[in-house]
Design a protein around this ligand. Structure first.
Ligand code: LLP
Length: 419
């Protein structure tokens, strides 16, 4: 879906040169066909399980709608993501409201919507029980457990280690379920964990399934009928072209473990998963124009997108493949550091990349920007956010308009004494 034709990168049938002429730069471009391919891969591999899309990875409504139409559930982490998921058409029966710090307002909204909750602390359990009782509603819950597993990924995105802020420590899990049974209007029906993100080995997932089923066995002894065991998201994508496990590889490893472990239970829980990145990450590129090439201490290529639009390299030292989109068949001959327009030295999209000779006006493509890309963008340095486009065959649809300067002040107010 991202191919070079006559030396120009194409997204499905459209050349990126045409795209930037029509929509300007910077520009996020998503391939519909690639998104469908990823969805199909999950549907095929996990037809024995239930897949909830982790909305945090990309919450553009059009993209969410494509996924919702395929009967995926949704993992939401805030009232805003809940709002977007309902709007996109996800079935509330399979929306799981996650989060380690939900406000009373968020809890109320979740109960009103009739979604399930993943509860992260005893305090939250009490709050949900109280609010649900006041509202006269029964709420189905799972507990997020901290399985203390090393997912072997970047420390900032490892979430299931003992020292992480997420989840109930494994040794407190059984007593927490016992407490839930005593409290009114909360019904424990699931158990949940999530060990981290951009995980490129299968073994931590297998370990997580085993650990969570160990706990499930003890929870069941309390008389709880478990309807789901949710092992979270986290499958990595191939940013560096080194090869990573596919959803099929993950399914092949998890299915026998799940079946064997489930057979030891009296209940018959579904296996739930919450992938984000591996559904949307490789569907999208960020196109950005070269404003200047400077030969200094290094060869710097200064482009019009920086960490205001793609923060992953600056925040996690993440690697994203970079190409000169209008010179795809040129020989790579020089080493460049690709930097954005933000007034900070850390505003680097790619360091020491071998590229064809870059000139002012060239179009740079940054790959695999579909997950934790636009959603983590900001208006820092007074830069309105760019547009997002969805390409389907030879059609391009704007799925988010470019912001204007007016958007920079949209919610601001001037106190009277300054008028
Ligand atoms: N479920 C829960 C409870 C999560 O916290 C996350 C991600 C997911 C599912 C989805 O994980 P995925 O399949 O996308 O790996 N901004 C970071 C990633 C943060 C991930 C946070 N939680 C990055 O750009 O790498």
């Amino acid at each position: 879906m991202f191919e070079s034709r006559n030396g120009v990168l194409h997204v499905e049938e459209l050349s990126v040169i045409d795209l930037v002429e029509r929509f300007g730069t910077p520009l996020y471009v998503t391939s519909y066909a690639k998104l469908k391919e990823n969805i199909e891969a999950y549907k095929k591999a996990f037809n024995w399980a239930r897949v909830l899309y982790a909305v945090k990875a990309n919450n553009n409504l059009a993209i969410m709608k494509v996924i919702a139409k395929e009967n995926f559930g949704a993992d939401v982490f805030s009232q805003g993501e809940l709002y977007l998921s309902l709007l996109a058409g996800f079935d509330k029966k399979f929306i799981l409201f996650n989060g380690n710090s939900k406000s009373e307002e968020e809890i109320k909204a979740g109960i009103e919507s009739g979604v399930k909750f993943s509860v992260d602390s005893v305090d939250e359990l009490y709050t949900i029980s109280e609010i649900a009782s006041e509202m006269g509603e029964e709420v189905e819950i799972a507990f997020r457990v901290n399985p203390d597993i090393d997912p072997k990924t970047h420390p900032k995105i490892a979430t299931g280690l003992k020292k992480s802020k997420f989840g109930i420590p494994a040794e407190q899990v059984v007593e927490t379920y016992r407490l839930a049974l005593e409290l009114p209007n909360v019904v424990p029906i699931g158990i949940h964990c999530h060990i981290g993100s951009q995980i490129t080995e299968i073994s931590p997932f297998v370990e997580a399934v085993n650990k969570i089923f160990d706990l499930a066995e003890r929870v069941e002894e309390l008389g709880i009928d478990l309807k789901f065991v949710d092992v979270g998201g986290g499958l990595g994508i191939d940013y560096e072209g080194k090869g990573v496990p596919t959803p099929e590889d993950l399914a092949n490893a998890l299915k026998p473990v799940y079946e064997e472990r489930k057979s030891r239970l009296d209940s018959n829980p579904e296996l739930w998963l919450e992938p984000g990145r591996s559904l949307v990450g490789n569907t999208t590129i960020l196109l950005t124009r070269v404003n200047a090439v400077k030969r200094a201490y290094k060869n710097f290529v200064a482009v019009d997108a920086g960490f205001n639009l793609l923060i992953r390299p600056a925040m996690y030292g993440a690697y994203h493949k970079i190409a000169v989109a209008n010179k795809m068949d040129w020989e790579e001959e020089e080493v460049y550091t690709v930097v954005g327009p933000i007034c900070e030295s850390g505003d680097v999209l790619g360091e020491d990349r071998k590229l064809p000779r870059v000139e002012k006006g060239d179009i740079i493509a940054v790959f695999d920007a579909g997950a934790y890309g636009f959603v983590m963008s900001s208006q820092y340095n007074g830069r309105p956010r760019c547009a997002e486009v969805l390409v389907k065959g030879s059609e391009a649809y704007v799925i988010r308009e470019k912001e204007s300067f007016g958007d920079l002040i949209a919610k601001q107010k001037i106190p009277e004494f300054l008028l």
